[in-house]
Design a protein around this ligand. Structure first.
Ligand code: GLA
Length: 382
């Protein structure tokens, strides 16, 4: 009798519970691509997006694993009489299907942006109340990735607002990666894995090594990732925001450290610079396959901060095949010496030098790190 009552209660609880799983089978490794926002803001157009898709191929980025070409805010201007979202006719004269077809013809995937509230962060129409209609429209255009922002949400509840679009995408007839952009306000790491494939963990990034204010520097965003490692894994990732690699506020050394750290964090790698005229050293950062392999490792672990020597930090990331990635970071403005025990029977590879390196006697990694620089090692062996 007791058993029957218990199973009846369980049945009703299950029946009442909202569909919890995302289960779209996508983003088994962190998504990689390019997004228009960091460099171009609202200055997006069909011409720009097509040129960027071309550049993803010619720069070697496609070959290195970048797939998604994502148009951020400002592509949309209004809704028509039937409520359909209308792309800016001046900036996208051929319409979104043509843009999507072009991107697909390059062997790439197409991403777009909307907002869970009534308007986007640039006050373009949001998807509130139009979730299913928008998802159907995206699928008809050939959208493969949706970034979904959180401006103009008024009193909307966050989980249910994002769940509606998850459910809409689910029945849209097309596999679409779902990227939540709620800025970490209500700790999405704790609840978003059932809703999206990735979720922003902070306010917007800016191309600055260490800055606070409305937008955050690379170091401030890094600090906000400590303790989030347990929430990341295949299909569901913490998103410390898009890359600023190659943008003017970061030196080449800083860009290299920023890229390495995002790979250690198993972060989505969405380039945010102009890919059409990249200096060779920027292209080499974005296409370093040994470093990208750390990000894309099949285990899907996010790095942890193992040691903090005050401005000198050691981060480690477990990799498949019983390997480990170790990042040694000098955050400060002065050179720093490091002497870190690695082990006596290890093979150690420097992923920026593309070479195996010898450890000092007793199995120590010893080096002097320039300001704002990072050494990235892959350690194998017992
Ligand atoms: C928010 C997001 C950014 C970008 C802009 C667009 O600030 O966090 O990444 O999408 O909106 O308006």
């Amino acid at each position: 009798m007791k058993k029957t009552i218990l199973s009846l209660i369980a049945f009703f609880l299950l029946a009442l519970a909202p569909a919890r799983a995302l289960e779209n089978g996508l983003a088994r490794t962190p998504p990689m691509g390019w997004n228009s926002w960091n460099k171009f803001g609202c200055n997006v157009s069909e011409k720009l997006i097509k040129e960027m898709a071309d550049a993803v191929v010619t720069s070697g980025m496609k070959d290195a694993g970048y797939q998604y070409v994502v148009i951020d805010d400002c592509w949309q201007v209004s809704r028509d009489a039937e409520g359909n979202i209308v792309p800016d006719p001046q900036r996208f004269p051929s319409g979104m299907k043509v843009v999507a077809d072009y991107i697909h013809s390059k062997g790439l995937k197409f991403g777009i942006y909307s907002d869970a509230g009534t308007g986007t962060c640039q006050d373009r129409p949001g998807s509130r109340g139009y979730e299913f209609q928008d998802a159907r429209q995206y699928a008809a255009w050939g959208v493969d990735y949706l970034k979904y922002d959180w401006c103009n949400h008024s009193t909307q509840e966050v989980k249910s607002s994002y769940s509606i679009m998850r459910d809409a995408l689910k029945v849209s007839g097309r596999p679409i990666v779902f990227s939540l952009c709620e800025w970490g306000v209500e700790t999405p790491s704790k609840w978003a894995a059932d809703i999206g494939n990735l979720w922003r963990t902070t306010e917007d990034i800016t191309d600055c090594w260490s800055c606070t204010g409305q937008s955050l520097g690379v170091m401030q965003i890094l600090d906000a990732q400590v303790d989030l490692n347990g929430y990341a894994g295949p299909g569901h990732w913490n998103d410390p925001d898009m890359l600023e690699v190659g943008n003017p506020g970061l030196s080449v050394e800083e860009s290299r450290a920023h890229f390495s750290l995002w790979c250690m964090l198993a972060a989505p790698l969405m380039a945010g610079n102009d890919l059409r005229d990249m200096p060779a050293e920027v292209r080499e950062i974005l296409t370093n396959k040994e470093v990208i392999a750390v990000d894309q490792d099949a285990l899907g672990r996010q790095a942890v901060k193992d040691r903090d020597y005050g401005g000198l930090e050691i981060w480690t990331k477990e990799l498949s095949g019983r390997n480990t990635a170790i990042a040694v970071l000098n955050r400060g403005d002065k050179p720093r010496e490091v002497s870190e025990y690695i082990g006596t029977r290890k093979t150690v590879r420097d992923l920026w030098k593309h070479a195996d390196i010898a450890l000092a006697d007793g199995g120590y990694f010893r080096a002097t790190l320039a300001p704002h620089s990072l050494v990235l090692l892959k350690v194998s062996g017992e």
